[in-house]
Design a protein around this ligand. Structure first.
Ligand code: SIN
Length: 522
C-alpha cells in the first residue's frame, strides 16, 4: 500500500482541526485542505460561539432555544450533546491558545437572535473565527499531524468490504498528479455550500464538494432543503456580500426601510431579534414589495462604541465608504449555512463504515429546520472531537486495509470543458429558483440547471470539471429535497405551500442507490 494514515481529515476549519488535534496524539493523522489551510469559512465567522457560560444561563435554556429555532426537526439527543459540551469545549479552545474577550476575568457574552440569554462568546469583538482558526493552526503545527495544502480530494475510496479506506487526491504542488492515501478512517470536515448561490456570505471554498464525495460512495444525506439565508449581508453593487453579524442587531442596531420604518415588527413581535428564518424572509418580501435591492441596518443606536465592538465590520464598511457609527449599512439576505448534509449519528459516524463527518458538511440533526445563531462553531468543536474519538475507536477495532475502488465514475473520455460560465449559470439558477422563497417552478428550473451541468460536463480528470460536477451534484440534492418538501418550515419556505404541515414532521433522507425516504422519527 502507498502512503497510509490512521485518520485522514478532509478540511481545516474548526471541525476538522478539532478532530485532527483530538486524534493526533494517539494516531497517524493527515489533514488535507483544498486550498490554503485557513481558506474555509471558520476564519470568516464573526458573531461567536454559543455556550451557556453566563451567570443567568443554563444548558437547559440553550437546549430549549436550539430546539425552538429548529421548528420541530432537531434531533434532541444531538442537541443535548451539543449544549452539554459547550463550556468544556470553550475551556479546551482557551487551553489550546484561543483568547476570548473577557472582563474582570469573566467571559463576555453577546446576544444574537432567538437566544433567550446572552451566551455568544466572542474574540477580537467580531473576529471570533479568525482567532479560533489562528489558535488551532498554531497548535496543529506542533501536533505531529501531516498537513497537505492545495490537495483536492476527488474521490473517497473503499476496500473489498465496502468500508471507506482512503482518498484519491490531486495536489496542486505535484502538478495536479493523482495519488491514493489509505486510511483506517476518513473524517469529512469540508464545510458548506454557500457558493452554490449567487449571493453568499461564504468564501470560495464553500462549494459543496464534501456532500458530493459522500454521496458518490453511497452515504446517506439528510435535510438538504434547509439552506439558511443570513438576513444581513452587505448589499453594495461593487462589494461581495460581506456578513454583518447578527450580534450587531443583538447590541441594538435597527433594520429599517428607506423611510426609516422598523418593518420587522410587522412579521414578529421580537423585531430584529426574531429567528433568522423570519428576519431573512421579512426582509426578502420587503425588497420584492418595494422593488429595491436593499434595506438598511442602522447602527446609530449603538453610538460610537459600535466601532470598538465590531472592528472588522467597521473597517470593511469603511473600505466601501460607510462610517457605520453615523450612516446606515445597505443590507440584503445571502446564502449562509448548509443545515443539512452527510447524515451522522451523535459520534459523527455516517452509514458507510470508516467514514465520519463533522461540522457544516454533516447533517447531525442539531439544527433541525433552522440553525440558532452561533451554534455552528460550537457544533464544529463538539462533533469534531466526537468524530475523532469514534474514528480512533474504529481503527483500534480494525486497522486500515488497502483501498481498492474509487467512488467517482470512470472518465468518459470526453475532452475537459472547463466551461467558465457554467458555475455562474448554476449560481444564478440556485439564487433565482432555490432562494429565500421558493416554488415548484423555480426549483424545477434550478434542478434543470444542475442536471444540464451534469450532462454537459465530462467526467474528465480536469480538476475544474470535477469541482463543477461536485457542486452540481450537491445543488441537485438541495433542489430535489426542496421540491419534495411540500410545506414551509424554518429556512425552507415554499410560496406554493406556505404552511407548516404535521405530515412533514420528519427529515428527508437520500441515498444514491436507494433514492429517498422520509424519516418521521427524527
Ligand atoms: C453572525 O455573526 O451573524 C453569524 C453567526 C452565525 O451564523 O452563527
Amino acid at each position: 500500500m502507498g502512503e497510509t494514515y490512521d485518520v485522514i481529515v478532509v478540511g481545516s476549519g474548526i471541525a476538522g482541526l478539532t478532530a485532527a488535534l483530538t486524534a493526533s496524539p494517539r494516531a497517524r493523522v493527515a489533514v488535507l485542505s483544498k486550498g490554503a489551510l485557513d481558506d474555509g469559512a471558520t476564519r470568516w465567522a464573526q458573531g461567536g460561539i454559543a455556550a451557556a457560560v453566563g451567570g443567568d444561563d443554563t444548558v437547559d435554556l440553550h437546549f430549549d432555544d436550539t430546539v425552538a429555532a429548529g421548528r420541530g426537526l432537531c434531533d434532541e439527543r444531538a442537541v443535548r450533546v451539543l449544549v452539554d459540551d459547550g463550556a468544556p469545549r470553550i475551556r479546551e479552545l482557551a487551553d489550546w491558545g484561543a483568547s476570548f474577550d473577557s472582563s474582570d476575568g469573566d467571559l463576555m457574552v453577546g446576544r444574537e437572535a432567538a437566544h433567550s440569554r446572552n451566551r455568544v462568546v466572542h474574540a477580537g469583538g467580531d473576529a471570533t473565527g479568525r482567532e479560533l482558526e489562528t489558535a488551532l493552526l498554531r497548535r496543529l503545527r506542533h501536533s505531529g499531524a501531516t498537513v497537505v495544502e492545495n490537495a483536492r480530494v476527488v474521490a473517497l475510496l473503499h476496500d473489498s468490504d465496502g468500508r471507506c479506506a482512503g482518498v484519491e487526491v490531486r495536489d496542486a504542488d505535484r502538478a495536479g498528479a493523482s495519488r491514493v492515501l489509505g486510511a483506517g478512517a476518513v473524517i469529512l470536515a469540508t464545510g458548506g455550500a454557500g457558493q452554490l448561490w449567487r449571493c453568499t456570505t461564504n468564501p470560495p471554498a464553500a462549494s459543496g464538494d464534501g456532500v458530493a464525495l459522500a454521496w458518490e460512495i453511497g452515504a446517506e444525506v439528510v435535510s438538504m432543503e434547509f439552506m439558511q439565508f443570513h438576513p444581513t449581508a452587505l448589499a453594495l453593487p461593487t462589494a461581495p456580500r460581506f456578513l454583518i453579524s447578527e450580534a450587531v442587531r443583538g447590541e441594538g442596531a435597527h433594520v429599517v426601510d428607506a423611510g426609516g420604518r422598523r418593518f420587522l415588527f410587522d412579521a414578529d413581535p421580537r423585531g430584529e431579534l426574531a429567528g433568522r428564518d423570519v428576519v431573512a424572509r421579512a426582509i426578502w418580501e420587503h425588497l420584492l414589495q418595494d422593488g429595491t435591492d436593499h434595506v438598511l441596518l442602522d447602527c446609530r443606536p449603538l453610538g460610537g462604541r459600535v466601532r470598538d465592538r465590531f472592528p472588522t465590520i467597521t473597517a470593511t464598511c469603511r473600505e466601501h465608504g460607510i462610517d457605520i457609527a453615523t450612516e446606515p449599512i445597505p443590507i440584503a439576505p445571502a446564502a449562509h449555512y448548509m443545515i443539512g448534509g452527510v447524515r451522522t449519528n451523535i459520534d459523527g459516524a455516517t452509514d458507510v463504515a470508516g467514514l465520519f463527518a463533522c461540522g457544516e458538511v454533516a447533517g447531525s440533526g442539531v439544527h433541525g429546520a433552522n440553525r440558532l445563531a452561533s451554534n455552528s462553531l460550537l457544533e464544529g468543536a463538539v462533533f469534531g472531537r466526537r468524530a475523532a474519538l469514534a474514528a480512533l475507536h474504529n481503527i483500534a477495532e480494525r486497522p486500515a486495509s488497502p483501498p481498492l475502488g474509487r467512488s467517482r465514475p470512470a472518465t468518459d473520455h470526453r475532452a475537459p470543458t472547463e466551461d467558465p460560465s457554467a458555475r455562474a449559470r448554476l449560481r444564478d439558477a440556485m439564487w433565482e429558483g432555490c432562494g429565500v422563497v421558493r416554488d415548484a417552478a423555480g426549483l424545477g428550473r434550478a434542478l434543470d440547471a444542475a442536471d444540464e451541468i451534469l450532462a454537459t460536463t465530462p467526467v474528465s480528470d480536469s480538476i475544474d470539471d470535477i469541482g463543477l460536477r461536485q457542486s452540481a451534484t450537491t445543488a441537485r440534492l438541495v433542489c430535489r429535497s426542496a421540491l419534495l418538501r411540500e410545506e414551509s418550515r424554518g429556512a425552507h419556505f415554499r410560496a406554493d405551500f406556505p404552511s407548516t404541515r404535521d405530515s412533514w414532521h420528519g427529515v428527508l433522507v437520500m441515498q444514491k442507490e436507494r433514492g429517498h425516504h422520509f424519516d418521521r422519527n427524527a
